[in-house]
Structure formats: structure tokens, C-alpha cells
Design a protein around this ligand. Structure first.
Ligand code: NAI
Length: 269
């Protein structure tokens, strides 16, 4: 059911790769709620062509951008304000990639060039998006900017590797830039820390199926799925959450504050 929560709002959604992507589901819900937006992804990801279907479905223009390239981001933000006919009200950063995870490097044998790539793609890109939007004066007052994080920023999960550091940096950038954007533009900046979700990025982590099952059994509500994450993102872009900023918001069915659950106890018997 739609409530017109984003009626009249303009946005940029990064990171829809295929219909399992969290960003894909956010785009569908934002469209249902009356928003207009552009879709962006790395030029290499466009080759799969899946995003074109989403563009058609949502009436959204697709503008490629490598989120680590300032030039690409300037082009994207300028074109988006042009195509959408005004400044931006919301941005979703739904981007993550670690070459070390992808190539199965052990945490004690990391390739440091790849480590820097993980940080650049998964964390610094969030700063770059906001700095570029600020320099171009592209955000509307009372806008909302979100990135997606994972609890490995606070707690150790074997095999999440250097993505844990990337998420810690990402969450810290949300606080520092949230302060700045709040003062200058009344724009709020938050991260949503999402349960394990069956997507391309998620299932790239070794042992993901077990991660997923553990999350399911350790959360009184079970894992939050991509659809419910999209609902939360829409709520965070809407005017109903205007005073929430500089937060890492747990969207995890209760995982982060559960000590142990009956499901896990049963398995230990
Ligand atoms: P996904 O694989 O569908 O999305 C990741 C996106 O990042 C892809 O669309 C990819 O093309 C894009 N990307 C990679 N490098 C890029 C670059 N240089 N420039 C622009 N885009 C680039 O997977 P998912 O799960 O939807 O990931 C979205 C976000 O959610 C990521 O930040 C991820 O870490 C986060 N997250 C995912 C969880 C999961 O279990 N799937 C759990 C918690 C957070």
C-alpha cells in the first residue's frame, strides 16, 4: 500500500544491479510513493543491462557513474538536477565491494592496494557523493541522505574481512558529514545497518548462507529482508523523520541487542 510519502521529492539512487539488490527494491518503493529519481551504477555494472528494466518500470533516467570518480559524480549530480527539474531531496548510497573478499584473500594476507580500493568504493565514495553535492549546491533543505552498513563495523565477523573497516569508516563519515550538512542545509545523513540479505554483494561473502542462518536464529523477528529495508529507507527519505540525523540505525530484527535466543540454545543442546 502506498501513502504518497515521497510525493514531489527528487532523488538519486545508487547501486541497483539486479532485482535482488537492496537499491532496486528502494527504487520500486520510492516510485510507488511518488518520488522521481535518477538511477546510477558503475559503468561496468551497466553492461548486464538489468538496470534498464528498472529504469523503464520507474520512469527513471539511468546515469552511469563510478562512485569513486569526482568527475563522474559531478556529471551525475548536474544531469540529475537537470533531468528532475530541481534540487535533490534524497540520495541512497547502496554501494559496496571488496576485491580482497571477492578474491578470497585471508585477513592475514590482504593485498593493500585492494584494501584501499575497498575503502574507496565502499566508504570514501559516500564522502565524495556528499562533497560533490555540497559543492554543486544540489541538495534541497530538509533533504535526507542514506548509506547501507553492516554490524561488522562494530563486531567482528570472520570472512567479512576489510569490509568491516570500510563500514566503520562509512558510519563515521555519516556522522561527520551529517554535522556539516545539518548546519548548512538542514540535510540529515544516516546509515542503516541491515541484516544479511540475499544479494550479489551479500552472497559474495564466504559462508554467507551460515551468516544468514545465524542472523535468522539470533533475531527475535528474524532477518530483515530487502523489502523491509526499502520500507525503512522510504521512511527515512520522507518528512516523517526530519529530526533523525548522524545515526547508525539498526535494521536487523533485534539481532544487535539479543544476547542469545531459544533457537540458538536449542541447537547447542
Ligand atoms: P548489490 O551487489 O546488489 O549492490 C552493490 C552495488 O555496488 C552494485 O550495484 C555494484 O554495481 C555497486 N558498485 C560497486 N562498485 C561501484 C562503484 N565503483 N561505483 C558505483 N557503484 C558500485 O548488493 P546489496 O546487498 O544490495 O548491497 C548494497 C549495500 O548494502 C552495500 O553497501 C552492502 O555492503 C550493504 N549491505 C548488504 C548486506 C547484505 O547482506 N546483502 C547487509 C548489510 C549491508
Amino acid at each position: 500500500m502506498a501513502y504518497d510519502l515521497l510525493k514531489g521529492k527528487r532523488g538519486i539512487i545508487f547501486g541497483a544491479l539486479d532485482n535482488s539488490s537492496i537499491a532496486w527494491k528502494v527504487a520500486e518503493k520510492a516510485h510507488e510513493e511518488g518520488a522521481t529519481f535518477t538511477l546510477s551504477n558503475a559503468p561496468i555494472a551497466m553492461r548486464m543491462g538489468e538496470i534498464n528494466k528498472l529504469g523503464e518500470q520507474c520512469g527513471a533516467e539511468i546515469i552511469p557513474a563510478d562512485a569513486t570518480s569526482i568527475e563522474d559524480l559531478e556529471n551525475l549530480i548536474n544531469k540529475s538536477t537537470e533531468v528532475l527539474g530541481g534540487k535533490i531531496d534524497f540520495i541512497l548510497h547502496s554501494i559496496g565491494m571488496s576485491p580482497n573478499v571477492r578474491k578470497g584473500r585471508d585477513y592475514g594476507n590482504l593485498n593493500y592496494d585492494w584494501f584501499q580500493k575497498s575503502l574507496d568504493v565502499s566508504a570514501l565514495s559516500f564522502h565524495k557523493v556528499m562533497q560533490t553535492a555540497e559543492k554543486l549546491d544540489a541538495m534541497n533543505e530538509w533533504g535526507s541522505i542514506l548509506a547501507l552498513s553492516y554490524i561488522a563495523a562494530q563486531r567482528t565477523f570472520p570472512d567479512y574481512s576489510d569490509m568491516a573497516q570500510a563500514k566503520a569508516v562509512l558510519e563515521s563519515i555519516a556522522r561527520s558529514y551529517g554535522y556539516r550538512m545539518g548546519r548548512s542545509k538542514k540535510v540529515r545523513v544516516n546509515t542503516i545497518s541491515q541484516s544479511p540479505t540475499m544479494t550479489t554483494a551479500g552472497s559474495g561473502v564466504p559462508g554467507f548462507d551460515l551468516f544468514f542462518k545465524y542472523g535468522q536464529d539470533m533475531s527475535p523477528l528474524g532477518n530483515a529482508d530487502g523489502e523491509s529495508c526499502a520500507d525503512y529507507c522510504v521512511a527515512m527519505f520522507s518528512d516523517l523523520t526530519r529530526m533523525v540525523t548522524m545515526q547508525n540505525l539498526m535494521h536487523d530484527g533485534g539481532f544487535s541487542t539479543s544476547g542469545i535466543t531459544h533457537e540458538i540454545l536449542e541447537q547447542l543442546k
